[in-house]
Design a protein around this ligand. Structure first.
Ligand code: NAD
Length: 476
């Protein structure tokens, strides 16, 4: 059997073989875990250029330097952090044993065991990162894995499959390419854990399928990440940083700012500064190699559809940069959509592209209410210097993560969990929390040599005073 599976029909046999190998192996040493992670690191280091070119070609335009930063260096960050810290995460954790057994010499600890085989389904927007960053934690925890890249980036998927096929023992890591016809049976396999990155809608289907086999899931989903610009924020700096963040991957990031709440009085300044920064970063649209293309025609039509709808509703839409462009290409200027109605699609669906909704407000409490009326977002951004206001926003909302006075940054913290809540997902990876996600925390109690229960009158047949003794123990 090869690590690059040719058909989904091979997957059950492979999983059974991984299971046998796992059971036979027993404990997976730190060295073995590091070795598996190192193989992935070596694959990326040796083939980073080809991989960046494949992503560029799949998008029809994604600067190879950006591909290296987002996917190759992003994945390497997770892999190296896991490689260099797993020895700290692996040891058994002693736990205090309850009285009086602690006095008698009993001991207790938690043992972190690998679960077995982890299935990982990735997206097109970060084709390597959504596979290899969770893989770093799955390997750190001692698991084996099978990857399923997105079919929307076929060159990247095929290249990664070839490279994994050349390098890996299929009993440790395998890969299968394909679309929904592969994804659905993949999610129906009896993995020991399943990681899915993708849309909320497909996430529901994944969870239903996993439930059939009682497979635990990590769902890394999307949502409409809000930005709150406080009353006393440095609005020019906030607009500048948001313009930089929004340009990343052409807005096709799960934590991309989706809608910005701006104090009414700061509206003009915000729009002006945002447009100026964005247009400075991307002064042209057509053939601009620094701008990442919308990935395909379907997504382009979706985005053009949002904008056409709000224009027909008479909503103000500003283009950055405000220059003519060739609409037959999949590059678009960024559209700032100001105060669209709640009924518009751009207010209901995740934008996931070069557009940003700007909503003006006069009372921050209403902003918090509006955020809470929607689904829990993957990210939340707050700009401001007012501690009480910041505490109010953070204390009254829930989101996967938060960046204060910038955007996207929290996701780059390899030593802190990354994941959503509610409709933006469940579970997490990165760092120790990622290790724990893919480990079984097994509690072990080791009894003392002496068993005093008979001597203490604790065993049946219960003596006359037994109930009274029990009652005497009941306390607040
Ligand atoms: P998608 O849900 O369409 O597809 C994701 C993956 O699932 C692909 O590999 C696809 O082949 C597979 N798939 C599709 N339908 C399936 C089904 N019914 N059963 C099993 N597998 C199926 O998502 P996408 O368009 O690739 O990615 C965009 C979405 O992903 C956005 O919502 C974005 O916010 C989210 N996202 C989240 C994160 C995160 O870390 N939380 C990261 C990147 C993207």
């Amino acid at each position: 059997m090869r690590a690059h599976l040719q058909s989904i029909d091979e997957l059950p046999t492979l999983l059974a073989a991984q299971r046998r190998a796992f059971d036979q192996q027993g404990p997976v040493s730190a060295e073995q875990r590091r070795g598996r992670i190192q193989q992935v690191i070596d694959l990326l280091v040796e083939h980073h250029q080809q991989l960046a070119e494949a992503m560029d070609a799949d998008f029809g335009g994604r600067h190879p330097g950006f591909g290296l930063m987002n996917d190759v260096l992003g994945s390497l960050g997770s892999l190296k952090h896991a490689r260099d810290h797993l020895h700290e995460w692996m040891p058994n954790e002693p736990r205090q044993v309850f009285a009086p057994y602690d006095q008698l010499g009993a001991q207790g600890w938690v043992q972190y065991q690998p679960k077995g085989s982890v299935g990982i389904i990735g997206t097109w927007n970060a084709p390597l990162f959504t596979l290899l960053s969770p893989l770093a934690c799955a390997f750190a925890a001692g698991n084996r894995a099978v990857l399923k890249p997105s079919e929307i980036v076929p060159r990247t998927a095929e290249l990664l499959a070839q490279l994994v096929g050349q390098r890996f023992d299929p009993l440790e890591l395998a890969i299968i390419t394909g679309g929904v016809e592969v994804g659905q049976p993949f999610a129906s396999q009896p993995f020991n854990h399943l990681v899915f990155t993708g849309s909320t809608e497909v996430g529901r289907d994944i969870m239903r399928r996993a439930a059939e086999n009682l497979v635990p899931v990590t769902l890394e989903l999307g949502g409409k990440s809000p930005v709150v610009i406080g009353q006393n924020a440095d609005v020019a700096e906030a607009a500048r940083r948001l313009a930089i963040a929004k340009g990343m991957n052409g807005g096709q990031l799960c934590i991309s700012p989706d809608r910005v709440f701006v104090p009414v009085a700061l509206r003009e300044q915000f729009l002006r500064q945002f447009a100026e920064t964005y247009s400075g970063l991307y002064p042209s649209v057509t053939d601009n190699p620094n701008q990442v293309c919308v990935v395909n025609e379907r997504h382009l039509q979706r985005l053009d559809g949002y904008l056409q709808e709000v224009r027909e509703m008479g909503v103000e839409v500003l283009q950055c940069p405000d220059v003519p462009f060739d609409a037959s290409q999949r590059r678009r200027p960024l559209s700032l959509v100001v105060n669209p109605p709640l009924t518009s699609r751009i207010m209901r669906e995740e934008i996931f592209g070069p557009a940003l909704v700007v909503l003006t407000y006069s009372d921050i409490r209403h902003v918090v209410e509006e955020i809470n009326q929607g689904e829990r977002p993957l990210a939340l951004y707050y700009f401001g210097q007012d501690q009480a206001e910041q505490d109010h926003v953070l204390g009254h909302t829930l989101s996967g993560g938060v960046t204060i006075n910038d955007a996207l940054m929290h996701a780059a913290m390899e030593n802190a969990p990354f994941g959503g809540i509610g409709a933006s997902g469940m579970g997490r990876y990165h760092g120790r929390e990622g290790f724990l996600e893919f480990s079984h925390a097994r509690t072990v109690f080791q009894a003392a040599a002496v068993d005093p229960r008979a001597e203490w009158g604790m065993l049946p047949p219960y003596h006359e005073g037994f109930t009274a003794v029990m009652q005497s123990q009941i306390s607040r």
